[in-house]
Design a protein around this ligand. Sequence first.
Ligand SMILES: Cc1ncc(COP(=O)(O)O)c(C=O)c1O
Length: 400
Amino acid sequence: MSQSPFAELPDANGYFGAFGGQHLPPELKQVMDDIDAAYEEIRHRDDFQQELASLLSDYVGRPSPIFHARRLSEKLGGAQIHLKREDLNHTGAHKINHCLGEALLAKFMGKTKVIAETGAGQHGVALATACALVGLPCEIHMGVTDIKKEHPNVTKMKILGATLVPVSRGAGTLKEAVDSAFEEYLKDPHNFIYAIGSVVGPHPFPKMVRDFQAIVGREAREQFQACHGRLPDHVVACVGGGSNAIGMFTAFLDDADVHLVGVEPAGEGLDTVRHSATLTLGKPGMLHGMACYVLEDAEGNPAPVHSIASGLDYPGVGPQHSYLKEQGRVDYIAMSDAQCLEAFMTLSRVEGIIPALESAHAVAWAMQEAARLPVSEHILVNLSGRGDKDADYVAEILGL
Ligand SMILES: Cc1ncc(COP(=O)(O)O)c(C=O)c1O
């Protein structure tokens, strides 16, 4: 039997082809290796798998359903759009899937504090929730621009008992939050753990976060097959760091007939500097301890990127996505702020589902393509989160 080209990745050093690894000082490399060893130990233990599985069902509410967006599909007049409802999870997004895993790992390793960055606040809320559940102190670093934009999530993190660290340097968005969280982590990496919020950072995080998110695609593949007796023609997800997309894509990588699409933010246009389309316009480089595609400014520093969706404005991207782009297995395309807003409002008004601005990028691609494709084709969208956090911000922009 021929081996899938995507099986067994990353390799033992954390590489997906040329991407990934541990681009860190030697003492931190050892800390990451310890995290990897602990993760490999618990993931093979029945008690850990049982505890995680029961939390995912009784606490998160999994499996999340797939909803056939019939009215939206009819309105567009072409392919059928289906939504994997990660927005219905406890805390409102896919992030809780990996946060529970990371919090259980932190507890197992005897860590005394869990640190993380957040952009849209979804990872921050999910991690604060998971830490409350397992009884560990949690510290979230968030850019001041995002704090203003995503205020409902800031309040939730505080209620959940997390310490919020506002980050005012630079643009005050996701990259600066990662820098700040990493600095705090370096103060005591043996006792703290940096629970990274996506499939980014040094090995083993891209692997570990992917494994925790892979439940999304496993469920979706089975649900779609059971309901339609076939697989979807297209599977689409938004890409910031890439955790919801890789969680969905992993189950479909070996299904050559399933077209996989990752949607990046084109922001105010790919011909401006106000975008965050890392895979579309970036090049291979280094960021936050990993080799990956990076958007750089003229001096070779990470570019000050932009997206209307705080969870997508990151100048790097997960190493596995960088690899899948070069392999040609996934098409990465970009949708603008304006297309995202249109999808946000259309899904809300035609189906009664308010999506997160991040997820609305994937909906925007599905809407554009559904109108062009035949009625017999099926598009499965990973609706990674709900838009409660974005409602006031959108209302202000649109003057509602
Ligand atoms: C709802 C939602 N979807 C997607 C993302 C982007 O992250 P990722 O690319 O890791 O899924 C975020 C990040 O905050 C988010 O909140």
